[in-house]
Design a protein around this ligand. Structure first.
Ligand SMILES: [Zn+2]
Length: 434
């Protein structure tokens, strides 16, 4: 199926490298006025002006979206869809450990499969309503349920590829009119499924070799059908909750298998206190529940500890980083680490603000994530972008690049997403204030 979309203005971000440093983040956006996206199936075939399209003489159906501005679809680099049923139930604004306790208490009860799927479906609808086209989703309990909800109507025999069919990547107001013209629509959202390793136990469960990560992947990974493997990565929860051997095994697996390696890093003051000095509220919480008797604090803040374990590299995506100091920023930059800012999650829990301007100045690649509904009121990337503007004073063009080009790069998806260029997915967002 071929067709064309017309819009008053298209911010393609074409030809741009991922934006590192303030000058690149703030560079003018160079809108394509009276623009056309020529689409074949899931992919962009051409990006051109309407006069050039007319001159070319192609008789394609044109869907004129009118006086709107299109941009690349958003890439949400950090979410926990399997915790969507906890929306509105967790402790808010009281700091990290009270929030963690509330999560631990709430997750002690497993939701019914129906409730979980309904909550994930509702969360996924929030993502697509906010023009997110790809989500980096972390899960350890119910990755199959999440994948199945996201891939609704996407039969395994398609190898999951139907999720890339561009039609549903269109912003919501246009979907119905497109549906009138096109055949039945495929699912809306693609995902990188980060299967999260956690804890200090020896690896035990037999896992599919393609997802084993030395046996350290969560047992639930064994439930995943093979067609989902290409969209999976293994991640590690954090430095304080996961043993060093597991962290290193997972990192090694990601490197060997060319997948992004993601972990929560330097999220709270209590994390630093736990790792550096082996004390504090988080340490006490973990000691009672998780830490082995022989656990000793490494005596380092999170970032130098991660560096010492060999966890930092260009394929590492560090989530949060609210507690990073100047020397940590330097370490992250020297190792080429990407950082995912989750400003509304940090505000929700009460863990402070990442030094995002200093990180940007240092040339660290910054992207954005909503985090899950267990620590955010919604999954709207537009609101995450506006929060980043308000909190740090980033420009509209800077947050747009974080939410598109940079996010795609951080998840290793630059060839498919992040900008509107021929050969990439026809995945767009509708924006109003850039
Ligand atoms: Zn998280």
């Amino acid at each position: 199926m071929r067709f064309a979309l017309r819009a008053k203005s298209i911010l393609t971000l074409g030809g741009e490298a991922p934006a590192r440093g303030m000058p690149a983040l703030n560079a003018p956006l160079r809108p394509l006025h009276n623009g056309i996206l020529r689409i074949r199936g899931a992919l962009l075939e051409a990006v051109e002006t309407y006069p050039a399209f007319k001159k070319g003489g192609e008789s394609l159906p044109v869907l004129d979206l009118g006086e709107v501005t299109l941009a690349p679809g958003f890439v949400n680099c950090h979410c926990h869809l399997e915790l969507s049923h906890l929306a509105g139930k967790t402790v808010r604004g009281q700091g990290f450990v009270p929030w963690l306790k509330s999560i631990a208490d709430l997750t002690a009860e497993t939701p019914s499969p129906e409730d979980l799927r309904a909550a994930v479906a509702s969360a996924a609808a929030q993502l697509t309503a906010g023009h997110t086209v790809h989500v980096g989703d972390v899960g350890s309990r119910a990755p199959l349920a999440v994948a199945e909800v996201l891939a609704q109507g996407d039969p395994p025999e398609n190898g999951g590829k139907a999720t890339e069919s561009g039609r549903e990547f269109l912003p919501p107001p246009q979907r119905d009119s497109l549906r009138d013209r096109l055949s039945p629509a495929p699912p809306a959202l693609s995902a990188t499924h980060f299967l999260e390793a956690f804890g200090f136990a020896q690896p035990s469960s037999p896992l599919p070799p393609a997802l084993a990560a030395g046996g350290h992947a969560p047992p639930a990974a064994a439930t995943l059908p093979e067609y989902l493997y290409p969209s999976c990565a293994i991640s590690a929860h954090s430095l304080y909750s996961t043993c060093a051997a597991t962290l290193q095994a997972v990192r090694g697996w990601c490197r060997e298998n060319k997948r992004p390696f993601s972990l929560h890093l330097a999220e709270s003051f209590e994390e630093t206190l736990c790792l550096r000095e082996g004390r504090g509220a988080l340490y006490q919480f973990l000691q009672a529940r998780l830490l082995p008797a022989d656990w000793r604090a490494p005596g380092l803040a999170p970032t130098p500890f991660a560096a010492r374990l060999g966890l930092l590299g260009p394929d590492t995506l560090a989530i949060h980083c609210t507690q990073c100091e100047a020397k940590d920023i330097s370490t992250l930059q020297q190792n080429g680490v990407s950082c995912c800012l989750c400003p509304r999650s940090n505000a929700f829990i009460g863990t402070g603000r990442a030094p995002a301007l200093d990180m940007a100045d240092a040339g660290i690649l910054l992207c954005l994530g909503t985090d899950g509904l267990s620590s955010n009121q919604d999954l709207d990337m537009g609101r995450e972008m506006r929060a980043a503007q308000k909190i740090w004073g980033f420009s509209p063009q800077a947050v747009l690049r974080m939410a598109t080009l940079n996010g795609a790069h951080a998840l290793g998806l630059s060839r498919k997403l992040g900008s509107l260029e021929p050969g990439k997915l026809a995945a767009v967002s509708l924006i109003s204030d850039c």
